[in-house]
Design a protein around this ligand. Structure first.
Ligand code: HEM
Length: 375
């Protein structure tokens, strides 16, 4: 169903919901009016200065432009393209461990793959990978009592755990940065230390906050993309048959999956002045929840928005956001998605959900993704 109005005030949370595609574009295209420093604004000043320095998602121009220019030097298309063979080998390696006719896709592939790739990129030793994954999961847990995948038993995590996990991960990366300063390596961490734009380099704190962001932004989102795409193919057997017959459709399939089940369902902005949006008057200092997922079903922009069309083109979805904060990891997520999906389709003649063993979902309301996906 389409919302009654593209912009609504929600009294229960004191926040504005933005559902429309043109309205979302208006917001994402005007960072001077719609600030990204939302969490930073509500945290105590001294805490914000430490926790968000170097976190692109919480930074506005001109600081954002400067930071993004420096990190873009390190996170290049060329670097991402160079990972293709490694991602292919890793996907096969992980799937080789699957035994029998049924398996949990999240456990076998969707959860481990993105985190291994990020750790490899950063030059993190293999032995530390599980610890990093646990910290990242733990930190995410507070966003809605997401159960973590640590150890055998799923555990609920509190806000204190979350802060502690982010801090421990921060100290861990601080040590790695100090190591790389002493002996540089051929990895992203070293390139972040060495990157320079107009004579400026990142401080240790900025590098640590940025690597923390990469761990969070990079590991769970691509996981969601993989699981969601399989869910879509399961729900739309015609689309499944079409893609299996024509693998050239995999890139548009990935884009349609990002539209139809957007992993990061929403982003937040703060008004810096009184504005009028879609006829609604919104005062300065208000928080807006921009629903990428709803904008991606806006019938004013997408024909038959509730139909999953793996060949949809053009597909101006907002799954990776838009404007100056457009996802920095989009080329990596797309590459991982295309390779992993292609291999899954090659290796399994049929991938169906099990009516007796249903998927479970991540609980934060702004995430759309599976926690487990038995196939
Ligand atoms: C920003 C989605 C994968 C790193 C964003 C934004 C979205 C998004 C919607 C914009 C948020 C906003 O404007 O408020 C996704 C999805 C992914 C994905 C759906 C996977 C399917 C990744 C990966 C990485 C990454 C793999 C890095 C390894 C980032 C960073 C930003 C960002 C650093 C902040 C950019 C900025 O503020 O300038 N992502 N992301 N993302 N993403 Fe992703």
């Amino acid at each position: 169903t389409q919302p009654e109005h593209p912009v609504e005030y929600d009294e229960s949370v004191g926040m504005w919901h933005v559902y429309g595609h043109p309205e979302a574009l208006e917001i994402l295209g005007d960072p001077a009016t719609y600030s990204s420093a939302v969490a930073a604004r509500f945290a105590p000043a001294e805490q914000a200065a430490v926790a968000f320095d170097g976190n692109l998602t919480q930074t506005d121009p001109p600081e954002h432009q400067k930071l993004r220019k420096i990190v873009s030097r390190t996170f290049t298309h060329k670097m991402v393209a160079g990972l293709e063979e490694r991602i292919r080998d890793l996907t096969h390696e992980l799937l080789d461990q699957v035994e029998g006719d049924t398996f949990d896709l999240a456990e076998a592939l969707a959860y481990p793959l993105p985190v291994i790739v990020i750790c490899d990129l950063l030059g993190i030793p293999r032995s530390d990978r599980d610890q990093l994954k646990a910290w990242a999961d733990q930190s995410l847990a507070a966003r809605g009592q997401l159960t973590t995948r640590q150890g055998d038993a799923a555990q609920e995590r509190s806000l204190d755990d979350q802060a502690e996990a982010a801090m421990e991960m921060g100290f861990y990366f601080l040590e790695r940065v100090a190591e790389r300063r002493r002996s540089p390596g051929d990895d992203l961490l070293t390139r972040l230390i060495e990157a320079e734009v107009d004579g400026e380099r990142l401080t240790d704190r900025q590098i640590v906050n940025f690597t923390n962001l990469l761990m969070f932004a990079g590991h769970i989102t691509t996981t969601m993309l993989l699981g969601n795409t399989i869910l879509c193919l399961d729900a739309f057997p015609d689309a499944d048959a079409r893609v299996r017959k024509d693998r050239a459709l995999v890139p548009t399939l990935i884009e349609e999956s990002l539209r139809y089940l957007s992993p990061l369902a929403a982003g937040y902005r703060l008004t810096t002045r009184d504005v009028e949006l879609a006829g609604r008057r919104i005062p300065e200092g208000q928080v807006l929840e921009v629903w990428f997922s709803a904008a991606n079903r806006d019938a004013r922009v997408f024909t038959d928005p509730d139909v999953f069309d793996p060949a949809r083109d053009p597909n101006p979805h907002l799954g990776f956001g838009r404007g100056i904060h457009f996802c920095l990891g989009a080329p990596l997520a797309r590459l991982e998605g295309r390779i992993a999906l292609g291999i899954l389709l090659d290796r399994f003649a049929e991938l169906r959900t099990d009516p007796a063993d249903r998927p479970t979902f991540l609980t934060p309301p702004d995430f759309t993704g599976v926690w487990s996906l038995p196939l």
